[in-house]
Design a binder for this molecule. Structure first.
Ligand code: GLU
Length: 389
C-alpha cells in the first residue's frame, strides 16, 4: 500500500474523464455518479473538502443531440457543450443532493487561472462555495472557448484549480489505473509504477510519443498536470475510475500511481510575485500590520496608512514600513481608488464606504511574499511560470 489515506488530505480536487461519466447511448451513468457522490459525502463527513472537475459536457451533448461520433466543427462542439453542460450540472446537483450535499457550477477558461485579476475572482468564489459547504463542480467554459475546443483538456485545468485553491491532493480518475513504464495498450510487458518522487524526463518518456491531437487527455497531459500540481505542493494520484466508488477504492488499495509533491513548493508562487518587475503601487503600513505580516497573517485595510500609485485589483504592490523600507510584496485585492477610501478602516466599516460587501484583506496572506529584496536575491527574478503556484 503506497497511498496515504485520503482523509489525511484536507482539500482534494477530483478530475473525472468524460468516458467515465457518459455512456454514448444512455447518457449519464447514474449508478456511477451516485457511487462517486457517496464517496464524496463520506470524505466530507471526515472533514475533507472536495472539488470536482467534471468533463463530459461535449460527450453528453452529443448523446442528447444524437450527433453520433462524427467529428464536430468548432461551433457544433460549442453547441454540444452548451446542451451537455446543463444536463451534466443537473446530474451532479441531483447525485450530491441525494447525499444531502449542495453543489455549485463554475465554468472556467484558462485565462481565469492565469490572469491575476480573474484568478483572484475565481478563487474567492470557489473559497466561498467551500465555506458554504457546497461542492464546486468545475468544467472548462467550452461554449465560449475561442481556440479549437477539442484541444482543451481538463487534466491541466484540474491541476490549475487544485493549485489555485491550495489543495493538497489532485486525483485524476481515468480509464487507466496509473503510470506504466510504457503505454500498456502498445507494450504488453510495461511495468506499473506505484510511486513517482519527481517527474523527470525519464518519467515523461514513459507517457509515450510526443504530444499529438490523439494524446490529448492521455498520459502526457496527466504528467503535465502532475508537473503543475507537484511544483505547487499538491500531490497527485492517477487511478482508474471505471469501478464504482472509485475514491474509496484508492483507500482499499486498488492500483494507483502516487506523485509526491515538491519538497519546496512555495517557491514557484513566490517567484511569480517576487519576479514582478515593478510594483504598480505602494502601501505604507503601521507597526501592528508589520507584526501581523511577520506572523504570517494577511494585510488588513486597518493597518494601511498610505496608498500610492495607480493599480487595479490583482496588481502587485510593495508593502512598506513607515521608514520607507520594503517589507513585502503581494497582489492587492482592491483597485487604488477603493484602497485609498478604506485605508485605516476596520473590516466592519468597509462595506458602508464601498457600498458593497468586499473581501476583508487588502493583501491576502496567500498572495504575499515577505522580505521582497531578500527573496529576489535568493531565487532570482525568474518571472512567472504558467501553472506554478
Ligand atoms: N471540457 C470538456 C467537456 O466537458 C472535456 C475536456 C477533457 O476531457 O479534457 O466535454
Amino acid at each position: 500500500m503506497h497511498q496515504p489515506a485520503l482523509s489525511s488530505f484536507r482539500r482534494i480536487t477530483v478530475k473525472i474523464g468524460s468516458a467515465l461519466l457518459v455512456d454514448p447511448q444512455a447518457g449519464v451513468r447514474r449508478d456511477w455518479i451516485a457511487s462517486l457522490a457517496d464517496d464524496i459525502s463520506t470524505l466530507s463527513a471526515r472533514g475533507v473538502e472536495i472539488l470536482v472537475v467534471s468533463s463530459g459536457a461535449i460527450a453528453l451533448g452529443r448523446t442528447i443531440l444524437g450527433l453520433g461520433n462524427r467529428v464536430l466543427k468548432l461551433e457544433e462542439s460549442q453547441a454540444a457543450a452548451a446542451v451537455g453542460q446543463i444536463a451534466l450540472a443537473g446530474a451532479w446537483s441531483e447525485a450530491l443532493g441525494k447525499n444531502g450535499m449542495k453543489s455549485g457550477q463554475i465554468l472556467l477558461t484558462l485565462a481565469d487561472t492565469e490572469e491575476r485579476r480573474r484568478y483572484l475572482n475565481a478563487r474567492a468564489t470557489i473559497s466561498t462555495l467551500l465555506k458554504m459547504k457546497a461542492v464546486p463542480v468545475i468544467n472548462e467554459n467550452d461554449t465560449v472557448a475561442t481556440t479549437e475546443i477539442r484541444y482543451g483538456d481538463n487534466d491541466r485545468l484540474a491541476a490549475r484549480v487544485a493549485t489555485m485553491m491550495g489543495g493538497d491532493l489532485l486525483v485524476l480518475l481515468s480509464d487507466i489505473d496509473g503510470l506504466y513504464t510504457a503505454p500498456p495498450a502498445h507494450v504488453p510487458n510495461a511495468r506499473f509504477i506505484p510511486v513517482v518522487e519527481r517527474i523527470t524526463p525519464e518519467i515523461e518518456a514513459m507517457a509515450g510519443a510526443a504530444a499529438s491531437v490523439l494524446s490529448r487527455g492521455g498520459m502526457r497531459t496527466k504528467l503535465d498536470a502532475g508537473k503543475i500540481a507537484t511544483a505547487a505542493g499538491t500531490a497527485m494520484i492517477i487511478t482508474s475510475g471505471t469501478r464504482l466508488s472509485p475514491l474509496l477504492a484508492i483507500e482499499r488499495g486498488e492500483r494507483a500511481t502516487y506523485f509526491h509533491p515538491s519538497a519546496s513548493p512555495v517557491k514557484g508562487y513566490k517567484t511569480w510575485i517576487a519576479g514582478q518587475l515593478e510594483p504598480a503601487g505602494r502601501l505604507v503600513v503601521d507597526a501592528g500590520a508589520i507584526s501581523a505580516l511577520q506572523a504570517g497573517k494577511s494585510l488588513l485595510p486597518a493597518g494601511v496608512k498610505q496608498v500610492s500609485g495607480s493599480f487595479s485589483r490583482g496588481d502587485t504592490v510593495a508593502i512598506m514600513a513607515p521608514d520607507g523600507s520594503e517589507m513585502a510584496r503581494g497582489l492587492v485585492a482592491y483597485d487604488a481608488a477603493d484602497a485609498v477610501r478604506i485605508a485605516g478602516l476596520k473590516t466592519t466599516e468597509i462595506a458602508d464606504v464601498l457600498g458593497y460587501q468586499a473581501r476583508s484583506a487588502m493583501v491576502h496572506r496567500d498572495d504575499l511574499v515577505m522580505g521582497h529584496a531578500a527573496v529576489r536575491a535568493e531565487i532570482g527574478a525568474e518571472g512567472y511560470h504558467a501553472g506554478a503556484k
